[in-house]
Design a binder for this molecule. Structure first.
Ligand SMILES: Nc1ncnc2c1ncn2[C@@H]1O[C@H](COP(=O)(O)OP(=O)(O)OP(=O)(O)O)[C@@H](O)[C@H]1O
Length: 628
């Protein structure tokens, strides 16, 4: 029976950190309608920097095991993967997976093309090369087999047997992940592999989206299994597995233009990548009681590659164009977290009973392992090896390492909630409002000191450094002026906390000061429409009807104009829009484009439906007041 033998290094058990490689795709003009240039660039073979949207004069720097710039060849990328391959010849597992936004170059990296083969064909060729070299000198027989599957809409489909049904993912009592019924074909040369791989890749589900003409709609997994058997007694047998995975890209469907089936596919892709992110968070968290591997087929399959038994390399593919800024930023943060995962590799070894003939790896044996295990036993094993009984928070990031954006937005929400709770009659009376503003400022100060602490902690995180953009010898990375949006002043976008640190507190006032004259007029209008205590909701509907409809329309149009093309300062000129919210609006605009109607504002983080009526009332009255 196969058993786990710990990989030892003298007295110490060996652990293996996930190696993180980042590859930047060459700049493509077709993805840069505004001709803004690149938002990210390499500094050296390990470091890169991305522009800081909060402050365009700064960049955020990241450090990884390897950084591959735009000119990197396929062979150079392969060389950063090659060191983990020898492990599979000694009964250990290894995995390489390409992660990143749609269109960033994952398939190019993993599959490549006939004249620029990617990591998968190069790795398989290398494995054959190593096996052939070893066959001649060592007393072991080697056998290599391959399987190829895709996870499409949370279904596991056999690419070597198209038309097959959704396959189940199982775990044996040694925590090996198995897929009963999956085709395992013995291959004896690279050309055997090539003959199967190329047509099977065409079985993979791809489709054209706005971002990528040939976008992978599934996660593709090539599994190469190397079984080696000792000639002499005790006829040890070791099985090493190599997973080569081309993940589907994370997608923002407002940009991909996905609808119908594409949207459904995208939902499944994003969900599994979200689960992958949760798994990484749990592995990094000292407090998580359960690693949610079972929440998606992808993570279930990767269970013995992530935080498990494998030597892993994660290739994070990123794109340089501003259009991908938030995807790139997210991918880099994910890559940074993944760097901290430690795997515990072991050797999967069987010792044959001496009286029996030497067991040779063959297809039949695979079938025994993957296809004929009695179901009851399998269920028992599953139950026994179930590691994750309890629920864990569905947060994307662990308490010990939440993402910058999440932390900032959570704090932003906190500010909003304080606001909602503490100032029900904010517009009722100027004195009351001032008092409430004062209270809010106090709260803001408190939050800012917490934020400062957060940012200090962030500064200390390995791999993520924030420094001035000008500390390197390269010319500063700066955004080119957009040729498409000349009318719109370019603003550094969002991530409110850090910005509030830099801004004087006065600028964060929730209610913007107005001219005395305008304020008087507004107060007059408020006096007419203000509801009695506790009846705000019913009056919120009625107050508009008391105003001239054409004036009302003009005011709404003006507000919409400000939302769509206003600078940070102009946005902050709106009622109930402080510095943070103005930046959130700019950020939303950056990602989603124009607000089609005022109601869209509810979609902006922190602008809840509950606050929206107050915002509308205050601004319409203010705009009207200003135009009197
Ligand atoms: N390093 C590179 N050099 C040249 N072209 C590249 C490179 N990386 C990607 N490309 C090109 O960019 C386009 C998108 O790449 P690719 O299909 O590999 O992206 P992807 O990340 O796999 O996208 P998806 O997640 O949508 O499948 C392709 O036309 C590809 O040939």
């Amino acid at each position: 029976m196969a058993q786990r033998v710990a990989v030892s290094d003298g007295a110490n058990k060996k652990v293996s950190r996930v190696r993180v490689v980042v590859r930047l795709r060459p700049y493509m003009g077709t993805h840069d309608e505004k001709d803004e240039g690149s938002c990210v660039r390499g500094l050296d073979s390990k470091n890169l920097e991305i522009i800081n949207m909060r402050n365009a004069t700064e960049t955020v720097k990241y450090s990884f095991d390897v950084f591959h710039g735009e000119q990197t060849t396929q062979q150079e990328v392969f060389l950063s993967v090659k060191p983990i391959l020898p492990h599979i010849l000694t009964g250990q597992n290894a995995s390489v997976f390409a992660y990143g936004p749609t269109g960033a170059g994952k398939t190019h990296t993993m599959m490549g093309s006939s004249n620029q083969p990617g990591v998968i064909p190069r790795a398989v060729r290398e494995v054959f090369k190593m096996v052939n070299a070893k066959n001649e000198v060592e007393g072991w027989d080697y056998s290599i087999s391959m399987s190829y599957l895709e996870i499409y809409n949370e279904k596991v489909l056999d690419l070597l047997s198209p038309g097959s049904q959704d396959l189940q993912i199982r775990e044996d009592k040694d925590k090996n992940i198995l897929i009963p019924g999956l085709t395992h074909t013995t291959i004896t040369s690279f050309s055997d592999f090539d003959k199967l791989f190329v047509p099977a890749s065409l079985n993979r589900t791809t489709a054209s989206t706005k971002i990528n003409q040939r976008s992978s709609r599934s996660h593709a997994v090539l599994l190469l299994k190397v079984v080696r058997t000792q000639h002499a007694s005790p006829h040890r047998q070791q099985t090493g597995k190599l997973y080569l995975i081309d993940l589907a890209g994370s997608e923002d469907n407002r940009r991909t233009g996905n609808q119908g089936i594409r949207l459904k596919e995208s939902g499944a892709i994003n969900l599994s990548l979200f689960t992958l992110s949760k798994v990484v968070d749990s592995l990094n968290s000292s407090t998580a009681v359960r690693v949610p591997y079972r929440d998606s087929k992808l993570t279930r399959l990767l269970q013995d590659s992530l935080g498990g038994s494998a030597h892993s390399v994660m290739i994070t593919n990123i794109a340089p164009e501003y259009k991908f800024y938030f995807d790139t930023f997210g991918a880099l943060n994910f890559a940074s977290k993944s760097k901290l995962i430690v795997n515990k590799p072991f050797i999967c070894e069987t010792v044959a009973v001496p009286a029996l003939p030497v067991k040779r790896a063959r297809d039949g044996q695979e079938a025994g392992r993957f296809g004929t295990e009695p179901q009851k036993k399998r269920q028992r094993d599953e139950k026994k090896t179930e590691q994750d009984g309890s629920l864990i928070s569905a947060h994307l990031h662990s308490p010990s390492e939440p993402s910058v954006i999440d932390r900032l937005l959570a704090l932003e929400k906190l500010v909003m909630n304080c606001g909602d709770k503490d100032k029900p009659g904010m517009l009722r009376d100027t004195d009351d409002s001032l008092k409430e503003i004062q209270e809010l400022k106090e709260k803001q100060r408190e939050l800012e000191s917490k934020a400062m602490l957060y940012n200090r902690v962030l500064g200390e995180r390995p791999g993520v450094k924030q420094e001035s953009a000008f500390k390197n010898s390269l010319a500063p990375l700066q955004r080119k002026e957009s040729t498409a949006s000349k009318g719109i002043k370019l603003q550094a976008v969002v991530l409110p906390l850090q910005v509030t640190q830099l801004q004087p507190l006065q600028k964060l006032a929730v209610v913007k000061k107005q001219s005395v004259c305008a304020k008087k007029k507004e107060k007059k209008l408020f006096d007419q429409v203000e509801p009695p205590e506790g009846k705000e909701n019913c009056i919120e509907k009625g107050w508009e009807s008391q105003l001239d409809t054409s004036l009302l329309d003009i005011s709404k149009h003006k507000i919409l104009q400000i939302l769509n093309s206003g600078s940070l300062k102009e946005l902050k000129g709106l009622q109930l829009i402080g510095d943070k919210k103005a930046k959130l609006i700019l950020g939303w605009r950056e990602i989603h484009g124009q607000f089609k109607k005022l109601d869209d504002l509810i979609k902006v983080e922190g602008m809840t439906g509950k606050r929206y009526p107050s915002f509308m009332k205050a601004n319409i009255l203010s705009v009207m007041g200003n135009s009197f």
